[in-house]
Design a protein around this ligand. Structure first.
Ligand code: SAH
Length: 226
């Protein structure tokens, strides 16, 4: 391990402690939830610095969002941890992500499950993320450029779906593509957004739970509408 890698590992460890502190501070808001050790182990492992633009390298392990170009941001690490944790993933799960962005969240998911499908509207971001997956030897991600509101019908059903941009309502196609017992985590709203967990029951009915207020970029549809 080089000195640089070692330095990054130390910063990653500090980031993980900050995330755990945020979870403790927000414990009441997030229903007393403790982030699972499996998720935290992955956050200790994934080199977030490879997913941020070089000019933001110094901020790679701060617990905050960072601009990644094209008006988009890499999500705040605490939110990545919380959303991943809410999905309650099993190793054999098939997961859909909407809003690949930098690919950091995708890489976290790819370390936890067998198959990850990820959709991004912005072609250069999708391509850049795919390059980073290749660099890291992550081979269980399938990427697509397109409108994630519509999901990925050919690959459905999914055990878990994570949406990293905010629609005004929970997208119906995503609920359709959720397997019975499946979980969908999505920020919903305009100015004021709420992170919502949707659980699909074995009888296909859904249970929605409000988690916490969040601030995501809008989920944009073809033509720029929401
Ligand atoms: N998880 C990513 C978050 C990126 S921000 C990361 O940590 O890097 C959200 C991303 O959603 C942006 O890259 C944006 O281009 C993308 N996006 C917005 N609307 C979308 C849509 N309808 N379908 C797919 N991706 C969308």
């Amino acid at each position: 391990m080089t000195e640089f890698d070692d330095e990054m590992r130390i910063l990653r460890e500090a980031m993980v402690r900050e995330i755990e502190q945020s979870a403790a501070d927000l414990s009441q808001d997030i229903g007393g939830r403790v982030l699972s050790p499996r998720v935290m182990a992955v956050l200790r492992d994934v080199p977030r610095h490879l997913f941020v633009p070089p000019q933001h390298l110094a901020d790679a392990y701060r617990n905050r969002p960072i601009p990644i170009g094209y008006g988009q941001t890499i999500s705040q690490p605490f939110i990545v941890a919380l959303m991943t944790d809410l999905l309650n993933l099993a190793a054999t799960d098939r997961v859909l992500e909407v809003g690949t962005g930098s690919g950091y969240q995708t890489a976290v998911l790819a370390k936890l499950v067998e198959d990850v499908f990820t959709i991004e509207t912005c072609a250069p971001l999708s391509e850049r993320a795919a390059e980073t997956f290749a660099e890291l030897g992550i081979g269980n991600v399938r990427s697509r450029i397109g409108d994630g509101y519509l999901g990925w019908p050919e690959a459905a059903p999914f055990d878990a779906i994570l949406v990293a941009a905010a629609p005004l309502e929970v997208p119906d196609p995503l609920i359709q593509q959720l397997a019975p017992g499946g979980r969908l985590v999505v920020p919903v709203g305009g100015q004021a957004q709420q992170l919502i967990l949707v659980e699909k029951q074995s009888d296909q009915s859904t249970v929605l739970r409000d988690i916490i207020p969040v601030c995501f970029v809008p989920l944009t549809r073809q033509g720029g509408s929401r």
